[in-house]
Ligand binder design. Structure first.
Ligand SMILES: [Zn+2]
Length: 465
């Protein structure tokens, strides 16, 4: 490409929602506001399921989770009940935008886009993501850049341990991690004339999980705590200042995108999916009720009497115990459709603690994806638009928990994320329609004048070239 070819920068803010970005923290983000004001911006509808790893992969492949073979964070290994794996960059079954651009000889720099470990080889640089194992030395491709990156960042952190009570530590580590990422982004940006540069920042997501109940008075467990409220505001202020310093070094003709993988919302509570399956007679335990908080895999399950079991998380994954597929299968394969229909009806009838319908959405992977590759759950279930988590643990005398069963957590994901695409030709921005997350990668290809293959499912958002 000539030196005057189009260029794109993507700033990926994990978990940024219309409310957090445009309302709650708006007073603390003058530089982002300025960028948004000269962008076409709006709501970015995420995918089923609204989970970080598949969402970013869908965004930058233009393919749905079924085609990618990634359905969330943990995946069950086939032929086992509880053996799980977490997707890696090797799990991806489709090329990403940076792979396609690399093949065209474009120069790309990618920081932290999940799933990004081990870092794939690209025509440029790729730094691995928040799933990078502690102490991994192979976090950047090419590996010769490792020391330079650590020096530029004053260290390089991939994630902070959250769902813990020591919030002062989490606050400190979050600010430092995001500072490092932005310092490295600015360092790499100045190294050469990149055609495509993408940064993923996990910090906002961790901040929301850890501090939501201190900055949102509508949170059901809202706590007045000026120190922690200010942590959240200070985080956004520093994030904004770091992005602003970088924007000062980005020429006006470069397209800048701000995007999120999903939104976030206050967590209303946890629904105990396995307790419910026991009540419905689909899951049977041997012996007495286990103690509260017992993981299902540590309970004594009577598989001969069990038709289905569930897993916890932002949504419930439900698996059927099928003869010939599971080690001690109970359901005949021919009976699965009837069982699925019955279970779906029962799920849709679930009520909340106030006796009113909880609002349950059931998704069948084979019905919503073009194809189902890899290891998908049999059903994906959302409670109250994902405002309620799924608790997989057992031993409760209730179906409803106020707090997360796997550690302190104040927020959950929501289906509405954000997008903004700067428009240098217009020089001023507008509020655009709600767009689809799967269309962002194809839009990037289109902005860069690269072909958008007909076989990918996403399409370029109209009106930007
Ligand atoms: Zn996320």
């Amino acid at each position: 490409m000539p030196a005057s070819g189009p260029r794109v920068v993507v700033i990926g803010l994990d978990s940024a929602s219309p409310w957090t970005l445009n309302e709650r923290f708006r007073p603390f983000t003058p530089r982002l506001n300025e960028l948004l004001a000269r962008s076409v911006r709006g709501t970015l509808r995420t995918i089923d399921p609204p989970i970080t790893v598949p969402a970013w992969a869908v965004m930058f492949s233009g393919m749905d989770p079924g085609s990618l073979g990634i359905y969330g964070f943990r995946h069950r290994r086939p032929g086992t009940y509880f053996d799980q794996y977490v997707p890696s960059s090797r799990t991806l079954l489709q090329p990403m935008v940076w792979d396609r651009l690399s093949r065209l000889g474009r120069r790309v720099a990618v920081m932290g886009m999940p799933p990004g470990y081990p870092p794939p080889t690209v025509n440029g640089v790729y730094i691995s993501d928040f799933l990078t194992p502690d102490g991994a030395r192979d976090f950047v491709s090419p590996p010769s850049l490792a020391e330079e990156i650590r020096t530029a960042g004053g260290g390089y952190t991939f994630d902070v341990t959250f769902r813990a009570d020591d919030r002062d530590r989490i606050a400190r580590e979050l600010l430092e991690m995001t500072r490092q990422h932005l310092a490295v982004a600015r360092h790499l940006w100045k190294k050469e004339r990149w055609d495509f540069f993408a940064l993923h920042e996990i910090g906002p997501d961790r901040l929301h999980h850890t501090f939501w109940k201190y900055f949102d008075p509508r949170h059901p467990r809202y706590e007045e705590n000026p120190k922690f409220r200010e942590v959240a505001e200070q985080y956004y202020r520093r994030l904004d200042a770091g992005i602003g310093a970088w924007l000062d070094e980005i020429p006006d003709d470069v397209r800048v995108l701000v995007v999120s993988d999903h939104g976030s919302q206050a967590m209303q509570g946890c629904f105990c999916i396995n307790e419910w399956l026991i009540q419905q007679g689909h899951l049977t335990l041997k012996g007495p009720r286990p103690k509260p908080g017992t993981p299902l895999e540590e309970a004594s399950i009577d598989w001969g009497k069990t038709r289905a079991w569930g897993a916890g998380g932002y949504y419930a994954r439900i698996f059927y115990n099928v003869k010939g597929r599971e080690p001690e299968g109970r359901l005949a394969a021919r009976d699965v459709p009837e069982f699925e229909a019955q279970l779906t009806r029962e799920l849709q009838g679930i009520r909340g603690p106030d006796g009113r319908p909880l609002g349950v959405d059931v998704r069948v992977p084979k019905m919503i994806y073009r194809q189902v590759r890899g290891d998908s759950p049999d059903l994906m279930v959302y409670f109250a638009n994902a405002a309620w988590r799924s608790a997989g643990t057992l031993g409760y005398d209730t179906l409803y928990l106020a707090e997360n069963d796997t550690g302190p957590d104040d927020s959950v994901h929501s289906f509405d994320g954000v997008y903004a695409i700067s428009d240098p030709a217009q020089g001023r921005g507008t509020v655009g329609p709600t767009e689809r997350l799967i269309d962002i990668g194809p839009t990037v290809l289109d902005l860069l004048g690269a072909p958008v293959p007909p076989e990918i499912q996403g399409r370029p958002i109209a009106g930007f070239r």
